[in-house]
Every structure is written in C-alpha cells, then in structure tokens.
Write a protein that binds this ligand. Sequence first.
Ligand code: MTE
Ligand code: CO
Length: 421
Amino acid sequence: MIDQFKGMKPSRRAFLRGAAAAGVAVAGTKAAAEGEAQILNKQPWNQALGAGVDESPYGMPSKFEAGVVRKNVPWLTAESISSINFTPIHELDGIITPNGLCFERHHGGAAEIDPAEHRIMINGLVDRELVFTMEDLMRFPRENHVYFLECAANSGMEWRGAQLNGCQFTHGMIHNVMYTGVPLRLLLEEAGVKTEGKWLLAEGADASGMTRSIPMEKALDDCLVAFKMNGEALRAEQGYPVRLVVPGWEGNMWIKWLRRLEVGDQPWHHREETSKYTDLLGDGQARRFTWEMDAKSVITSPSPQKPITHGKGPLVITGLAWSGRGTIPRVDITIDGGINWMQARMDGPSLDKSMHRFYYEIDWDGAPLLLQSRAHDSTGYVQPTKDQLRSVRGLNSIYHNNGIQTWAVNSDGVAENVEIS
Ligand code: MTE
Ligand code: CO
C-alpha cells in the first residue's frame, strides 16, 4: 500500500453548503459580472439559420463528438475481419449503449444478409424440424429486455498486470442494449423438443459459421431470438437480421446472424468451447463451460482517457457495474487504494443482467487518488481483487477476468492504469 494514502479520509458533500454560506460561487460557475464573451456576445449560431430537417434523415452525433467512437488495439488486430473493437465506455453515461458504439467481435467479418432470404432452422431431437422466415418470427409473441453482453475476453489483456491505458480498452468489450425478440422457448415449443434433447447448438450464418452448445435449461429459460436493439433493427455488426441473446452468459454464445438451432443429447465440444473461451488453470487443467459472467465494475471517469481537467473542487466519479447472475444492489468506491471504502450512489434502472450506473461525488483537494470500484451482486457475490483471482486460477488465464481495476490519478488529474497489492 502506498504510504501517502494511509489514514486519508474522503471529504465530500459539506463543501457545497459551506461555499453557499460563505457566498462563494461553486467551482464551475462564474458570476455574470465577470463578463464571459460567450454569454455577453452573440455567437455565430445565433446569427445564421441552422440545418434543415431534410439534411440528416438518419441522425448522427454532433461533429464535436467525433472522438466518441469504437476503437481497436492495433496489436490485437492482425486482420480486421477476425478481430475486435471496443465500446468507448469512458464517454458514455446512463446504462444504454448507443447502437453505433456497441463493440464488435467478428470471427469472419460482419455478414450482410438480406432478411427476405434469411431462414432459421430448428433440427435434431425435435418432433418437427422447422424453418422460419423473418416474417414467421415476427408472428410470435415478443418481449423487451435490457441485457449486457460481455465478451469473455474482456480485460483478458490485464491478467498478468496493468497493460492498456483506458477503460475503453480494458473493459470495453461490453455493451448494454434493449433487445426485442421472441423467447427461444416459444420456437423450441413449436418444434417440440424430445425428452432426450438436453443441449442446443446455435449456429451463425456468417463466414465463421460460429457454433456454441447451450444447455437446454438455459435455452428454455430466458434466451431471446432478437431482431431489434434499442428499438431499431440490429446493426449488421451485431448480427442483422437476427441474433441469439443469452442473458448474463459470455458474449461468444450470443450467436449473430443466427441460422440454425440443433437439439442434441450432449454438448458438441466445438472450437469455441474447447480451445477457446476456456481458462487454463495453474495445474494445466482447463476450466470449461464457465458461461455466467461474474460481477464486475469499473470506474469510467476519471480514467486514463477521461482525466480530470477542471482542477480542484467538485468531482463526479462514475462507473458501470454488472453481473451475469442478477442485479447490482451495491458498489463500493475507494479513492485511497482500498484503505477506506465508501458506498457509491446507484442511479437509473436496476435491471436483471443489465449494466448499472453508479456515482460518487467528492470535493477533490488535488491530492493523488487511487481509484477502485467493487461490485456486489444480488446473490451476495463480491467482485474479487486481481490477486485473489490469480491465486485461484494462476497466470495462464485470459478469459473471465472480473478483478478490481485501479486507476492512479496524479495531482494534475492525469489517470493511469496501475495495479496495487
Ligand atoms: N456470432 C457469429 N455468428 N460470429 C461471430 O464471430 N462472435 C461472438 C458472438 N457471436 C461471433 C458471434 C463473440 S466472441 C462475441 S463477444 C459477441 O458475438 C460479440 O457481439 P457484438 O459484435 O454484437 O459485440
Ligand atoms: Co467474444
């Protein structure tokens, strides 16, 4: 532990009351008499007409937000068709990821599928093998749910130590979207699953022909065959026209461009559930079928890509927390590397297997910070430290890293990815 943080007490709230009593303007506001040109003078946008309603039939973000984009990590991107980019979570607020910012993970590029030509087949251990058109699918009762999708490799590059400088790269293989879709259970009921049908193979129509085995219990529980995200059609990158939603489970199982569902009596042991998406433990054994994403959280601001630029005074610390097992009733925050833990303020909807937003407001005195967040989920599970994870799983793992993240913020407000023990 770093000495200078010992005994440091978080100060917060009272400054607002104190400042008001003393007649001092709260930092970030200015008395009108100080004469801000931007408020006293007319600005160009006051003096000319703006864009007409026909100019953007599909609305795009302001040009001043041009930096809020998905980004990749060049050394992870040998070939963009079999690669990954990352959600800019440091720039977002609330819990919903806008469609154009959802990270992408493709194993064979994003397929371009004409929905009129697309079919979904159910075969194998069923009473009736069926083929659905998209129109057929739309005639089943549908549901709306907000769920996070986290790639099992999220934070994988951080297993052995702090590496990437920004939560977009350390934690951005995640998005949180409202899906509209048909419960998978209804389609399986239509086909009639035979009693020996205990597993389901979901297959994608893309060039990678991605396949994963899913236990029937999960398939009949809360999986969706989804065609809308945040109200509009899925984006091509996210599996247009239809993808599987496997709430709370690792992203790899959420088959995009879904074309086939085969019912079987045992798992298929395909590539993505054998050599990939398993964790090589210290003793050489592979930890397999670890589908549920454990509770995790990260402070999104301040963070390396979101330094403190406003100096001392009121500072909003915020971040995201999620669990594949339920909701997040509580997140703890430390600003001194774990000496003192305070409860963050949860804000916004608390939905099952969805991201949660938390805030913690402080009066920053300009002293260095060691920021961490720790999620508690509705099962009572508490997010572990990276050392705790490594003591159980060894150093060979890549996938399923839900360890606590640390940002060191210096007195200039610059933040850096570090590890402390
Ligand atoms: N489905 C198909 N058909 N092909 C793929 O390459 N990638 C998987 C999964 N489903 C993939 C797929 C992986 S590893 C993840 S993490 C998620 O889709 C990513 O979903 P997204 O691109 O919508 O973020
Ligand atoms: Co993935």
